[in-house]
Design a protein around this ligand. Structure first.
Ligand code: GLP
Length: 244
């Protein structure tokens, strides 16, 4: 779907998330949400926080799994996705702290493989993701699944693309300060979600959105794998959709 602007689109996505939470609550079940970072979902989180404050939307039955985290990364660091999620969403809602999962950027290298298997296991144990929200990087990455990622990949340590590090350089005060690696859910992990929403705003994203939606399916643009799923919806503003 294409919406006039980012604001209207974000409110739609927030409404979809709220509906899942409410529907699950009525059944006495938890809502399992896969969450993304970056600038793209910020307004969605703002709207969810508003719904909590003004409409009493409760997150007591919500379990979240974030897509990714830089590696290495301290949770208190300014650029950490732990801090991002706290500031943008978790500090403003009533989610139970033990229900929040974000890949751990402080692990010892030798512990990462097991940690990643465990991350997958935890998602499965709670019944799988009801919804995964995604942004898209200019390399075509979803999460941090850079070009070359396999469609059946699981949660793992990956090396960031040069363009991704350049795009992140503003947050880190220079590309040389951007970590070279990250822990990310895999394409396979994302695919297991019952619903997937990919959001993109602005002209800057128009070329990669065209490739993702209309391009040949290939690991050189990981987001093209989404064409293989029936449960994916692209939610775009007019600028991001302008090359379709
Ligand atoms: C980051 C995140 C991705 C995100 C992408 C786009 O690298 N790991 O999950 O989708 O970049 O970021 P933005 O939304 O700021 O354009």
């Amino acid at each position: 779907s294409v919406y006039k602007d980012e604001h209207i689109a974000s409110i739609k996505v927030a409404r979809r998330i709220a509906d899942i939470i409410i529907r699950k609550k009525e059944k006495g079940e938890n809502a399992i949400l896969g969450l993304a970072t970056g600038a793209t979902p910020v307004e969605v989180y703002t709207e969810l926080a508003r719904m909590h404050k003004e409409e009493g939307l409760s997150f007591q039955n919500v379990i979240t799994f974030n897509l990714d985290e830089y590696y290495p990364m301290h949770p208190e660091a300014k650029q950490s996705y732990v801090r991002f999620m706290d500031e943008q969403l978790f500090n403003h809602i009533d989610i139970k702290r033990e229900n929040i999962h974000i890949p751990d950027g402080t692990l010892k290298k030798e512990d990462i493989a097991n940690y990643c298997l465990d991350y997958e296991r935890k998602i499965t144990e709670v019944g799988g993701l009801d919804l995964q929200v995604l942004g898209i990087g200019r390399t075509g990455h979803i999460g941090f699944n850079e070009p070359g990622s396999a469609p059946n990949s699981g949660t793992r340590l990956v090396t960031l693309d040069d363009l991704t590090r350049r795009d992140a350089s503003r947050d880190f005060g220079g590309k040389e300060n951007v970590p070279t690696k990250a822990i990310t859910m895999g394409i396979g992990t994302i695919f297991k979600a019952k619903e997937i929403i990919l959001m993109a705003w602005s002209k800057k994203k128009a070329p990669i959105i065209r490739k993702a939606v209309e391009g040949e399916i290939s690991s050189s643009v990981p987001a093209t794998f989404l064409q293989l799923s029936d449960n994916v919806e692209f939610i775009l503003d007019e600028d991001a959709a302008s090359e379709l």
